[in-house]
Write a protein that binds this ligand. Structure first.
Ligand SMILES: [Zn+2]
Length: 285
């Protein structure tokens, strides 16, 4: 009986320890940006300074759940906002499990769709969660009410109106592009848009600290002009080891090297976490 009691008390204190540890990580008042290691795809988890959980894309599989599990406290099942940049499988697939396992409070995406099995599954999961498709366009501001916010800079509603809804091959070009900002820190999140679009938004984005490299470092994602405008200090490529597309391409890597930006890749580093207090930013080793 005594031993049993001791074990109960010991496990209670162990739990309390985990609670205080996670609580202190959770409430550090900094913005955390985590590029999850999801293989060939994109998923970015953001914790805002007030502790709001934001997910931008969910990758090609359930690996996103590992990323959320290790970055969110175990008792927190709420994700305040999911932003799906575009409905390709390498950004969408993991979202079905996220919608099933977490309480997703808000959802936004670009005004595109896909005629795929996974897209239908996603629509069903979204409906089960009591959510519907909500769209954002250029000039929309998503305010997290704690000094951090996201400015959507692409696609414009005019550009979206021109989209042939049956032309699914161009959804990359309608990826949501946003500048996430906290104090002086600015991160440009690009989805899978290509050069033509990136060149259009480059001057609007302006000088940024962090660039999520467009389209996994494909050779059609960036131009010299684009990088000359955004001048990132850190460039993160979300990419799978030995992927069949040859991402990141030599063209993309050479261009990034030319601008002396620090290149970080999820296929080499695994998960990549950047923290900012709004004045400076640093990488978690
Ligand atoms: Zn992609």
């Amino acid at each position: 009986m005594k031993n049993y009691l001791f074990l109960t008390i010991a496990s209670f204190f162990a739990l309390l320890g985990i609670f205080f540890y996670q609580e202190s990580v959770n409430n550090d008042k900094n913005l955390h940006l985590v590029v999850c290691d999801v293989g060939q795809g994109d998923s970015i988890y953001i914790k805002t300074p007030s502790g709001k959980d934001i997910l931008v894309d969910a990758g090609p599989s359930d690996k996103v759940l590992d990323c959320l599990g290790s970055n969110m406290p175990f008792w927190d099942r709420d994700i305040e906002l999911v932003i799906l940049t575009h409905p390709d499988a390498d950004h969408l697939t993991g979202l079905v499990s996220v919608l099933e396992r977490y309480n997703v409070l808000n959802f936004v995406t670009s005004k595109t769709s896909k005629d795929t099995g996974i897209y239908k599954k996603f629509l069903k999961a979204l409906k089960n969660e009591g959510l519907s498709l909500k769209y954002v366009f250029a000039n929309d501001k998503i305010d997290f009410s704690d000094g951090s916010f996201s400015n959507v800079i692409w696609p414009s509603s005019e550009a979206t109106q021109k989209l042939n809804p049956k032309n699914y091959s161009v959804v990359n070009e309608y990826s949501i592009i946003q500048v996430l900002q906290y104090g002086n820190f600015r991160a440009l999140l690009t989805g899978d848009a290509g050069k033509v679009v990136e060149d259009q938004i480059a001057a609007i984005a302006g000088d940024v600290d962090l660039l999520k490299v467009p389209h996994h470092g494909s050779k059609t994602g960036m131009s010299d002009y684009f990088l000359s405008q955004v001048l990132p200090e850190i460039s993160i490529i979300s990419v799978g080891k030995g992927n069949r597309y040859g991402h990141p391409t030599k063209e993309a890597l050479d261009l990034l090297s030319k601008y002396k930006t620090e290149i970080l890749r999820t296929d080499k580093e695994g998960e990549i976490e950047i923290i900012t207090n709004g004045k400076t930013f640093w990488r978690v080793d």
